[in-house]
Design a binder for this molecule. Structure first.
Ligand SMILES: Nc1nc2c(ncn2[C@@H]2O[C@H](COP(=O)(O)OP(=O)(O)OP(=O)(O)O)[C@@H](O)[C@H]2O)c(=O)[nH]1
Ligand SMILES: [Mg+2]
Ligand SMILES: [Mg+2]
Length: 524
């Protein structure tokens, strides 16, 4: 919509397109899943239900994003491969990586009850994500071989470790010591001799991980009068397993993989360490600059329609956004300020933050995934009469701003946008509710100035714009303030923590300098 003098801040956004012919892989990985699996008492070393939940989430990702043509996962990680000709989000790395991790997380929380009907989700799970670029199919092959090798090595180690602890009566320290120098063959022998386990007979789900991709299947759509079936080809995601997913025999046998990615001309036996270095590479954000992570709901126009949000503003929907943002502020201590409007939120991290060593993809994914998780978990608290119809997703990006002034201009830009959109939408929906069609309302408002809009609202609809709820007009700002009387929080008898700050949600003017002068601690 209209321009504002603050719009120059957009020039600080950097381009992050993955250029063809690089293949795009999105790698996601549970964030502190060691703790998550302990709190939720996952079985050791493998919890079949938890793995099946991961697989179902990956299946949902493949059904949701047609450009994803192959995926492989084990434990708490999954890799999604986009077709080589993909134009998904103009191949912008942070968009792709954040949307997929957000959707995956939402599905994980949504489906939790299906897999763990008797276990309550104790806190929001979240995942980290990053883009891995593979310059050729051969390098993708090496990547897959590397991940599957990791699956095998970890699983074999963990199987031995937990046999030693659970059945062998060893302490965790002793088990660790025993396995320290054991080679692959030694571990198999240990399992066989001490515990009568033939490693190769254990579940393929644990040993090999899981591939999910689409194949063409014949569906019977109806029957002719003479009883003969009418069939149609449909692409359907399915689960596949193989000892060697990077082998020619497995890969080249699937027409869909050959078509979208190409064929493996040779088998891959050893992964070049330089390739692994490139798979692990993640760029870092500029030091000593404010980091802003802005997230925005994906297709929330549709989401708001499907969930019958009030127009133009739904108080409950905004309350839910604010609730999630407060939780983000509590979870990530380096965040000093959040500003939200509509389906978006900006999170400001302090200048000297070392969160994830300032790796952009880690910071963005952690926040967007945590937020999505919370949104699904808290939905029922806010909309107690409304069912969540499908898992929402958010995209995210990181932008650095070098000075306080520019950061304040960034926030002013967002608040001006809030004001302009809200004023326009209030007029638009008033006109529509009064009987105008949407295009009539649009034409009516074309080129009108702010004062004309206010006049229209007052004269035609008896609405004094300035008396509308502050949250709608100013958006929401969330930050910490010093407590007048610090409260004591007793964690346990020995430690008594002093809580000196509290988190507040306000709907104030952050464009004016007076806000920042009244709260000097936010930016200092
Ligand atoms: N009715 C209603 N709709 C809302 C509310 N908050 C957000 N929305 C919808 O969410 C949209 C947010 O705008 P955008 O983020 O630009 O659009 P989007 O549909 O999410 O599309 P992308 O962000 O590009 O995926 C608005 O245009 C509204 O349609 C609300 O409180 N009530
Ligand atoms: Mg949106
Ligand atoms: Mg938006």
């Amino acid at each position: 919509m209209a321009n504002s003098k603050y719009e120059y801040v957009k020039s600080f956004e950097v381009e992050d397109e993955v250029m063809p012919p690089n293949l795009i892989v999105v790698h996601i990985d549970g964030r502190d899943f060691r703790r998550f699996s302990e709190v939720h008492e996952f079985e050791k070393p493998n919890d079949e239900k938890a793995l099946n939940l991961m697989n179902q989430c990956a299946m949902a990702v493949l059904e949701e994003y047609p450009d994803i043509v192959f995926s492989y996962g084990y434990g708490d990680e999954y890799s999604f491969v986009l077709k080589k000709t993909s134009k998904f989000y103009q191949r912008r790395s942070s968009k792709i990586s954040s949307v997929i991790v957000s959707f995956f997380t939402s599905v994980y929380v949504t489906k939790w009850k299906e897999f763990f009907p008797l276990k309550e989700l104790r806190y929001p799970p979240s995942f980290l994500s990053q883009i891995v670029c593979c310059a050729s199919l051969e390098i993708l092959q090496a990547y897959l071989a590397w991940r599957q090798r990791d699956c095998h090595v970890q699983n074999q180690y963990n199987t031995c470790f937990w046999e030693l602890v659970k059945k062998g009566g060893k302490t965790e320290m002793e088990a660790q010591e025993i396995l320290k120098y054991a080679k692959e063959q030694d571990r198999n022998e240990l399992l066989h001799q001490q515990f009568g386990i033939n490693y190769n007979d254990t579940l393929a789900l644990f040993r090999q991980g899981t591939c999910i991709f689409k194949t063409e299947v014949e569906d019977i759509v109806k029957y002719n009068e003479d009883g003969t079936p009418v069939k149609r080809l449909r692409r359907k995601a399915g689960i596949f397993r193989s000892e060697n997913i990077a082998g020619r025999r497995f890969w080249n046998a699937h027409a869909s993989l050959l078509k979208e990615l190409g064929n493996f001309s040779e088998d891959c036996f050893k992964t070049n360490p330089d390739y692994i270095r490139s798979f692990l590479f993640e760029s870092k954000l500029m030091p000593s600059t404010w980091i802003v992570i802005r997230i925005d709901g994906c297709h929330f126009h549709r989401f708001a329609d499907v969930h019958e949000f009030n127009k133009p503003n739904d108080k409950q929907a905004l309350d839910l956004m604010n609730l999630c943002a407060v939780a983000v502020l509590e979870e990530f201590h380096d965040i000093v300020f959040c500003y939200g409007v509509s389906d978006e939120y900006s999170f400001v991290l302090k200048k000297d933050s070392q969160l994830y060593q300032r790796r952009a993809s880690k910071i963005v994914s952690a926040i967007v995934s945590f937020f999505s998780s919370m949104y699904v978990m808290k939905w029922k608290d806010v909309f107690w009469k409304k069912e969540l119809k499908y898992p929402p997703s958010f995209d995210g990006r990181a932008v650095c701003y070098p000075s306080n002034e520019i950061l304040q201009d960034y926030l002013a830009w967002r608040q001006v946008d809030c004001h302009i959109n809200n004023q326009y939408n209030t007029c638009f929906w008033s006109l529509v509710k009064s009987g105008k069609s949407k295009s009539e309302a649009q034409n009516y408002l074309k080129g009108t100035q702010a004062c004309e809009k206010n006049e229209l609202l007052l004269k035609e609809f008896g609405i004094n714009y300035n008396t509308l709820p502050l949250m709608f007009r100013q958006g929401s700002s969330i930050f910490r303030v010093k407590r007048e009387n610090p409260t004591l929080l007793e964690n346990d008898a020995s430690s008594v923590e002093k809580i000196e700050t509290k988190i507040v949600t306000e709907h104030c003017n952050i464009i004016e300098q007076s806000f920042w002068e009244a709260h000097p601690s936010i930016l200092n």
